[in-house]
Write a protein that binds this ligand. Structure first.
Ligand SMILES: Nc1nc2c(ncn2[C@@H]2O[C@H](COP(=O)(O)OP(=O)(O)O)[C@@H](O)[C@H]2O)c(=O)[nH]1
Ligand SMILES: [Mg+2]
Length: 302
């Protein structure tokens, strides 16, 4: 899975974040709790330096609680990072972001000075939903955002906190192909930009390996399917996803699987663990080094 993003937008967003960060006391980075690594923007970690940061695990209603705890522990090992779990249906919990901001900027809060916070995150992680909860009224548009740079907004909140919205639109992880698949499974990438079967098979393989009991329960399977194809065949057949001649329509089966994953009908399921990411990044580093070598070789032989 590769994701296209415009270099012009990327450059502009990086520049604007860097500029705004000078005036920011606390950074609020929103991630999707189902994919707490892949739904991060890769430059934030590089730009924030020692800025106190709250990583908000949003949509935790859709994620596996045990995995969310492991991810929180993983991020909290970094100095300057605190984490918080959030979901749209528990607005009171989301409001903890404000008290945490006060704790992370103690010198401002004891002197009754305004605390400047900036909320960042890739599209669809729930920034607008969180902004509306914190503001106590619907001021940000929730749902699909057009891929255009919007003007930066400043919002005055309780406790003398000024919230700055993400400048521009941030792109997700594109270095690791697994991240592309997970973003596609979660619904973070437009359906028109993904290959349903490719993504569906990836999802089926992962779910079979890590959440086979949930699959068996949801689709009433007696035994664990022996492969992703076996699973999609059985599931598609049960759900009437057939094509002419009676064979299972795999595209339709994949569509059902992705749809039911996204609505958490299969269960609250997380798509990655810190251990998986550590392993994958080793492979990515090797591949990048090989690519660089090939590039240098080509130059030499020209
Ligand atoms: N299940 C679930 N959906 C959420 C949650 N927060 C936001 N959403 C949904 O995710 C989608 C994107 O939310 P939005 O706030 O527009 O994200 P933004 O692009 O980061 O501003 C919307 O359909 C929201 O209703 C949550 O905690 N749980
Ligand atoms: Mg938004």
């Amino acid at each position: 899975m590769s994701i296209n993003w415009y270099p012009g937008h990327m450059h502009k967003a990086r520049k604007e974040i860097n500029q705004t960060l000078h005036h920011i006391d606390v950074l609020i980075e929103v991630v999707d709790a189902r994919l707490p690594y892949s739904s991060q923007n890769p430059i934030i970690a590089k730009l924030r330096h020692n800025k106190p940061t709250i990583i908000v695990f949003n949509k935790c209603d859709l994620a596996d609680d045990e995995m969310t705890r492991r991810w929180q522990k993983y991020y909290e090992e970094h100095e300057h990072i605190k984490t918080l779990t959030c979901q749209q249906k528990q607005p009171q919990k989301t409001k903890h972001i404000l008290t945490l901001c006060q704790k992370l900027a103690p010198e401002k809060s004891t002197h009754l000075k305004a605390i400047n916070a900036m909320i960042v995150g890739i599209p669809n992680v729930g920034k607008s939903t969180i902004i509306n909860i914190l503001a106590g009224k619907p001021i940000a548009k929730v749902g699909n955002e057009p891929a255009v740079t919007k003007r930066q907004q400043k919002i005055n909140l309780e406790h003398n906190i000024i919230l700055h919205d993400t400048p521009g639109i941030l792109w997700p992880r594109v270095d690791n192909p697994h991240s592309g698949y997970r973003l596609a499974i979660s619904g973070a990438i437009k359906n028109t930009a993904i290959e349903y079967e490719d993504v569906g098979f990836y999802a089926a393989e992962y779910l079979l390996q890590h959440y086979s009991q949930q699959l068996k329960n949801r689709y009433q399977l007696q035994a664990t399917p022996c492969s992703a194809l076996d699973f999609l065949d059985q599931m598609g057949s049960k759900r009437g996803a057939k094509q002419a001649g009676g064979k299972v329509n795999l595209h339709k089966a994949c569509e059902i699987l992705l749809h039911e994953y996204r609505s958490a009908t299969i269960g609250a399921i997380t798509l990655e663990s810190p251990e998986m990411i550590t392993e994958e990044l080793k492979t990515v580093a090797i591949e990048m080094a090989e690519k660089q070598k090939r590039k240098e070789n080509r130059k030499k032989h020209r």
